[in-house]
Ligand binder design. Sequence first.
Ligand code: FAD
Length: 425
Amino acid sequence: MKLARKPVKAKDRDWDVIVIGGGASGMMAAGRAAELGASVLVLEKNKTVGNKLAITGGGRCNITNAEFDTRELLKHYGSAEQYLYSPFAQFGVQDTFTFFEKLKIPFVIEARKRAFPKSQKATDVVRAMRDYMRDGKVSIDFETTVRKLQTNGDRISGVMCEGKTYTAKNVIIATGGTSHPETGSTGDGFAWLKKLGHTVRASNPTLVPLRTRTKWIPPLSGVSLSFMKITFFLDGKKAFSKTGKLLFTHFGLSGPLILNSSYEVSELLDQGAVTAKIDMYPDTDAGALDKRIVNTIDANKNKNFVNLLDEIVPHGMDTTVASLLNITDSNLKAHSFTKEDRKKLVTLLKGAPVEIAGLMGQDRAIVSDGGIVLDEIDTKTMRSRLFQNLYLTGDIIDINRLSGGYSLQLCWTTGFVAGTAAAGR
Ligand SMILES: Cc1cc2nc3c(=O)[nH]c(=O)nc-3n(C[C@H](O)[C@H](O)[C@H](O)COP(=O)(O)OP(=O)(O)OC[C@H]3O[C@@H](n4cnc5c(N)ncnc54)[C@H](O)[C@@H]3O)c2cc1C
């Protein structure tokens, strides 16, 4: 369905609200302001809206996290927690469910309370947001790159794009962060806001996979292990551990466990050499694991040991484990596997060593941290404390969070609150 698209000439009218950026939070803000009766124009540099939204959750879109207890939910936003009670009281997780169900997006809830559209299609979520904007008669100027903001005292007086200046009572900046820049999020808003006097904390990829220098990892590319514990070490000293799902890739490690560790790993990498150990059986201690191996061997004494490995190690790891144990004789009988060999196997399963080379770049990051510091935003309205008609939403704000639907929930919440306030209601 086509969106209403009014031709806009230079200074052709004063809009109630201009939203810069048609990503998740910008679309929510625009739709909400329009729903309240404001005239709304979205300026989007791409040919379409929602490019990043369309690739979220591996194309399935983890829309939110089904944690309905706001206090519990906000614990996932680190030091931003105290700033977020007010916006989440206006639009929380239950509101997100109601909002999307009204737009004909029913949910399914998966592990770790992650909520996805039942269709498993992120493009359906983009379509729903387009419908929301169309219903409110939001105008969109595509392929329009904003270059600069004009100010007059403590007001934004103009939004400048090649040769044109747009004006509005209120301006919402929803230009996103710097992860996956090919989707349009190139950090433009950070540059403008810094020039206007806002404090912008430097942007680094936070939810990002890790590059490793460990030869046994790339051949496992595509193998995913659902309940692993990884312990990171700084210069050989234990730093921290986490458990969760891990994915091996051709460049190193990914999956929720790694994405959720990457912020802390980035801080360690600034201080020294980082290594890690993967515990493939976090719920079983070394003694119990050894006993299990003994039982498997006893029940299959005359079988070739390599054929038993699939019963002993996580699925998909047998060939790698055999090679790490230097088992070159594929006819080695299980009964010949010595106590010493078992010790090596248990040590490997409880702590496979990995050398961390670094973080993957912005191109692979799920979110980047950094952005406008929260002290400079009134989170009751998402209004800048420096400019009385400027509002900020989504990834442009400096809020560190885990993966699991928390980023998009932040977009729905901040977009709704900014849209409501900017509409003057
Ligand atoms: C691969 C990937 C998967 C992800 N999966 C999930 C997930 O499943 N769940 C989750 O909660 N979060 C996920 N995230 C994070 C989530 O996508 C972001 O938090 C969210 O999209 C940010 O929305 P936003 O509105 O702040 O900005 P963006 O979505 O980045 O949109 C910014 C928009 O502004 C436009 N723009 C930028 N500069 C200008 C300019 N100068 N002029 C005009 N327009 C401009 C851009 O073209 C873009 O359309 C994922 C991120 C990535 C990269």
